[in-house]
Structures are given as structure tokens and as C-alpha cells.
Design a protein around this ligand. Structure first.
Ligand SMILES: [Fe+2]
Ligand SMILES: [Fe+2]
Length: 243
């Protein structure tokens, strides 16, 4: 996937998740979540490392917003898992060329609930709050999102953070019905929808640290081209994304 990102040097390091300090259970949940994220990215023809991008940017936003170490790692894991419910969306809907019909949108909009349902049997994951992060990642700050139409701070913090990282990653990627946006266009969209679609505190953090976020996307695009891309391409060629 072509991304409009230029090399960018700020010299300011951005926060990167250090999973090992969080204990064996969280470390195992993280590995499991990353693995599921790879599975769902392989099914979607338009994404290569979307789940990893969302996980990494969400973690940095969580740290900049002052969340504690464990909470920030959980938001990172939520980023890996957020779209896992798309496993339940038929590939012909997920990978459709052009706009979805209202009926297809209805199917697509079920993925947060499917994702929550996939995670609910694992008690240790339920205790972390991750299923609610997944369930609410398409809620909007003004209450016009889905699936429950929650608004403001009744949307879990992790879900509000993931919503911003998810949108940034999605806008930077090409879709069949629109080209990829530039990074500056993505920042304009964040500003435009701050307080309506997005939590204004999260967008403020993203805009304040935009150069560092750009570096995160740049690094992942480079890594993707080096290693990850080859693994995902192999799975896609094997037909997992086909209808
Ligand atoms: Fe990770
Ligand atoms: Fe989603």
C-alpha cells in the first residue's frame, strides 16, 4: 500500500511499548493479540499492517495523555485487537471495490460486537477491559457513532484513543473509492472533526505530537516493506482475502 510519507527527522524520541515489564500474562496476551491482528490484516485487501500502526500510535497517544504504564500497554493491545471482529465480515464485503450498499454497511458495522464476542470467553482478557475498547472503537464523541451511540467520556478512554489512531491509519491508506491522504490532510481532518467524531483531548495530543506520529508511520512503512509485507503478501496470495 502506497503511503504519502516523507522521511522526517525531529530528533525527539516517541514512546514505544515495552511489554516485558508488565508481567507474563500481559506479555502473552500481547503476543496473542498481535497474532490476531496479523490474521485480520491478512484478510483485508486494503490493509497490510493497519493493526500494528493503530497499536503503536495508540500507545504513544496514551503515554502523551498521561495514562499509566499498564493502561498504555493495554491500549496498545487494544490497537492490535480493535478490528478482530472483521473475521466475521465476508471478504466480498470487506474487500469490495467501490462504495458499500446500506445492507453491506450494516454487515460491516457489526464488527465491533463480533470482536467483543470473540474476546469475552477469555476471563483474563475481560478483566483488562479490552473487550469494551474493541466494542466502542467506532463510537463518536458526539454520540453519532456505533454500535451503542455512546458519547463523550462515557466512551472508554482506550476506545477514544484507538478511534483517532485508527482513523489516521485508515486515511493514510488507499481505498478502492479514494486515494490515500497526505499526512497534512490527515491532520486537517483531525482538527475538523475534533469534538464531534473525536475526543478533543486526544486530537490535541495527536496534533501536538504530529511530527513524532509521522515518524511512527514512517518507521512502520519501512519495516513493512522489509519483513512484514512479505509475510502478509504470502497469506493474501494463498487466498485468505478472496471471496
Ligand atoms: Fe505490539
Ligand atoms: Fe473498526
Amino acid at each position: 500500500m502506497k503511503k504519502h510519507l516523507e522521511l522526517f527527522e525531529t530528533g525527539r524520541p516517541y514512546p514505544r511499548p515495552r511489554i516485558n515489564g508488565c508481567g507474563k500474562l500481559i506479555s502473552t496476551i500481547h503476543q496473542f493479540s498481535e497474532s490476531l491482528g496479523v490474521a485480520i490484516d491478512a484478510k483485508d485487501a486494503y490493509t497490510r499492517s493497519h493493526s500494528v500502526e493503530v497499536a503503536e500510535v495508540s500507545y504513544a497517544l496514551a503515554v502523551w495523555l498521561g495514562l499509566g504504564a499498564r493502561e498504555a500497554i493495554l491500549v496498545h493491545i487494544g490497537g492490535h485487537l480493535h478490528d478482530i471482529g472483521k473475521i466475521g465480515v465476508p471478504a466480498c464485503v470487506l474487500n469490495k471495490q467501490g462504495h458499500l450498499t446500506p445492507g453491506e454497511w450494516e454487515v460491516m458495522r457489526r464488527h465491533p460486537q463480533i470482536g467483543e464476542a470473540i474476546l469475552m470467553p477469555i476471563h483474563e482478557i475481560v478483566k483488562t477491559g479490552l473487550p469494551k475498547m474493541v466494542l466502542h472503537h467506532h463510537e463518536a464523541f458526539n454520540g453519532k457513532g456505533y454500535p451503542l451511540g455512546l458519547s463523550g467520556y462515557s466512551i472508554p478512554m482506550g476506545a477514544r484513543i484507538i478511534a483517532v489512531a485508527d482513523s489516521m491509519s485508515a486515511m493514510l491508506g488507499r481505498r478502492s473509492y479514494r486515494p490515500a491522504k497526505t499526512f497534512d490532510e490527515v491532520l486537517e481532518e483531525l482538527e475538523k472533526f475534533s469534538g464531534s467524531q473525536f475526543d478533543p483531548r486526544v486530537t490535541a495530543a495527536a496534533l501536538r505530537h504530529s511530527s513524532q506520529i509521522k515518524e511512527i508511520f514512517q518507521r512502520l512503512a519501512e519495516e513493512e516493506n522489509a519483513v512484514h509485507h512479505n509475510k502478509i503478501s504470502l497469506i493474501k496470495r494463498a487466498g485468505m482475502g478472496e471471496c
